[in-house]
Design a protein around this ligand. Structure first.
Ligand code: PEP
Ligand code: MN
Length: 367
């Protein structure tokens, strides 16, 4: 069997320690900025793919919107002078046409968060790609809607694209937090369980918004077994025409990649596996006990619902609810559990209790 190319290896479900690391500027600005950044990045062995935005989707008009087609000549030089594969963002059928025309300079395409949020745009781009075999990485949409993200992946699969990846770049926050975008890690974990065989890449740059938080986010992604990272890197981040505050220098990128702990997805060490299995048995048994207890709790909830109906008393009792949250939070704390975790768990249980009691009230059946 012939040796697989790097591009093929990056999309294998099992990569034997090969991480899908992408780095490069937010935007292509000048020829020397692109080539110099790529050359310096290529000295870092871990980086396999060079990213650069050629068309930039800017939230507010009047900002730098990208160089457009001339940047492909720069990417051509990058490919000639380094071993890096190349990737850029495409958002319209016109972009796709230009990408495919320049396919000798481009190895992959990514779909931006603003595009993934719009199924019409995703479909138009997917249709324009029919018949081509260029890999596509799909960023999560701006809003935390897993169905939109999964739907976009499916549209490219249906268009016949074989090599597909997902990029987790976080979700627009409704209020100010220290990060630019909310990670909502649970959604990244969910997309991986829906599409276990496609690489999941974390973009700590767009989640962080600021250089100083990139390490924390990237390490968290590696702890969660992400397949790779996409990190914005620029020879002169301070003067960048877009996303200046979140880009790293190639030197800082190299340092960061040295510092980060890359985790194995599992281990074949038999001691590790047998102890892990013992712990998992314990967790299984506790989970079943929890479910049994919850079932008992809900049976009592139903009894109370009927009792309230008989006495014409409302379901929601503010004093009782405040009392429950306060006492359980205290008890949880003394048991070493996080206050917020207890609060969220109680809210979930309480919501279910209200749902069950509402059903009883609505059916008007006391027995
Ligand atoms: C980018 O990668 O530079 C970009 C515009 O990202 P996003 O679509 O995640 O905002
Ligand atoms: Mn950017």
């Amino acid at each position: 069997m012939s040796e697989l190319s790097l591009k093929e290896k990056l999309f294998l479900p099992k990569k034997n320690g090969l991480s899908f690391i992408i780095a490069g500027p937010c935007s292509a600005e000048t020829e020397s900025q692109v080539i110099e950044t790529a050359k310096q990045i290529s000295a870092c062995e871990k980086v396999k793919v060079f990213r650069v935005g050629i068309w930039k989707p800017r939230t507010t008009p009047g900002n730098f919107e990208g160089i457009g087609e001339p940047a492909f000549d720069w990417l051509r030089k990058v490919k000639k002078e380094t071993n890096l594969l190349t990737i850029t963002e495409a958002a319209t059928p016109e972009h796709i046409e230009i990408c495919l025309k320049n396919s000798d300079a481009l190895d992959m395409i990514w779909i931006g968060a603003r595009t993934t949020a719009n199924p019409f745009s995703v479909q138009a781009v997917a249709d324009a790609l029919k018949g081509s075999n260029i890999p596509v990485l799909i960023k999560n949409p701006l809003n935390p809607d897993i169905k939109l993200w999964a739907g976009a992946i499916e549209r490219f699969q249906k268009a016949g694209i074989e090599k597909i990846g997902a990029i987790h770049r976080g979700f627009s926050p409704f209020e100010n937090i220290y990060l630019r975008n909310l990670p909502k890690w649970e959604l990244a974990v969910e997309i991986k369980s829906l599409f276990p065989n496609i690489p999941l890449i974390n973009d700590p740059s767009h989640i962080s918004g600021k250089r100083e938080y990139i390490e924390e986010i990237a390490q968290k992604a590696l702890n969660l077994n992400f397949d790779g990272l996409m990190i914005e890197t620029h020879i002169s981040p301070e003067t960048a025409l877009s996303d200046a505050e979140q880009q790293l220098t190639p030197k800082d990128l190299t340092e960061l990649l040295k510092k980060l702990k890359f985790r194995k997805s599992t281990s074949d060490n038999s001691e590790f596996l047998s102890l892990l299995e013992r712990y998992r048995d314990q967790i299984d048994s506790i989970d079943y006990q929890l479910i049994e207890l919850l079932s008992k709790r809900m049976q009592i909830t139903e009894k109370i619902g009927k009792y309230k109906l008989k006495n014409n008393v409302s379901i929601f009792q503010l004093k009782r609810w405040l009392d429950i949250t306060e006492t359980r939070k205290e008890f949880g704390k003394s048991s070493g559990l996080d206050e917020n975790f207890i609060k969220r768990m109680l809210q979930l249980v309480h919501r279910e209790s209200i749902r069950l009691q509402s059903k009883i009230m609505n059916s008007n059946k006391i027995n």
